[in-house]
Design a protein around this ligand. Sequence first.
Ligand SMILES: Nc1ncnc2c1ncn2[C@@H]1O[C@H](COP(=O)(O)OP(=O)(O)OP(=O)(O)O)[C@@H](O)[C@H]1O
Ligand SMILES: [Mg+2]
Length: 336
Amino acid sequence: MGIEVAVEGLTMSFGKQNIWQDVSLTLPAGEVSVMLGPSGTGKTVFLKSLIGLLKPQRGRVLINGVDMVGGRERDIYETRKLFGLMFQDGALFGSMTLFDNIAFPLREHTRKRESEIRRMVMERIELVGLLGAEGKLPGEISGGMRKRAGLARALVLDPQIVLCDEPDSGLDPVRTAYLSQLLIDLNARIDATMLIVTHNLDIAATVPDNMGMFFRRNLVTFGPREVLLTSDEPVVTQFLAGRREGPIGMSEEKDAAALAAEADSAAGRPDGPRVIVPQLEPSPGLPPRAAVVRRRERVLGMLDTLPPAARAAIEDTYARQAAARTVPTPSPGGGA
Ligand SMILES: Nc1ncnc2c1ncn2[C@@H]1O[C@H](COP(=O)(O)OP(=O)(O)OP(=O)(O)O)[C@@H](O)[C@H]1O
Ligand SMILES: [Mg+2]
């Protein structure tokens, strides 16, 4: 079962450059979360801070009682073994076959026999749909296949926490849709806590239980997906609509004058109505996601603390699900 990751008051700077400050959030055990944010807002730095590879100046990241920021290096090293990481650039070794790339963490971190390694690697290769390609070099396959190989490698040590940094970058829309389904199926199979950094709005709309967003050195929001998807925060609506008009600029944030000019020209061009599309379900034949029941309890328990639009969306979602589960029974006496 997945493990909760609790982030408390995290602040990170490189020299004088502050990346983000006072970031607090909890990745609920076994749930899927997505982190959004314009380029350069520190999403990759955040992932690296969760596994203790970067050390924020303030705050804690608690996993099973171990603080990945200020804890003992020994404990951090052990806790890091719970993670599976899929890097932004795939990060495969170019001179190794896919098989050897995926086997690498097993050969590095365990003393398993080669026959056992073969069994485990082939199982992951099948899971990500790369059967038959295991003998190829990374340079001989497409970018989408390399992505999936990176995911297979992230999964080979049976991680309880999976971090994916832009798993969709460089994928076509169809491959991205398959990837979204793969992530949900993966969660149903292994019940790992998952955090996905992405710029892809389809993934954001259909995959996660929870969503957050970084902007201007802050975590703008983090919570149940419905909160971000119904948010009126200008930076959130601009990002979700992929508009030029709004606080997010090409290089950095825009200045006040540019914003005011835009507000004038953008007036009377409202975004389309916002519809919350249903979250993906695991593929037929897979078990239901264990996190769904836990999430329902958790979210219904916090309903009073959420904005009205998010509350309405959550109630609507769960009402629809309840209706779908209720099989209509014929009324006594034949009726109709
Ligand atoms: N090791 C480092 N030393 C100094 N600065 C760094 C280091 N790593 C990242 N940065 C800086 O931190 C900022 C955030 O970088 P990060 O890679 O986390 O952004 P991001 O949100 O992942 O962007 P993208 O969406 O483009 O991947 C950048 O300004 C980057 O230059
Ligand atoms: Mg990044």
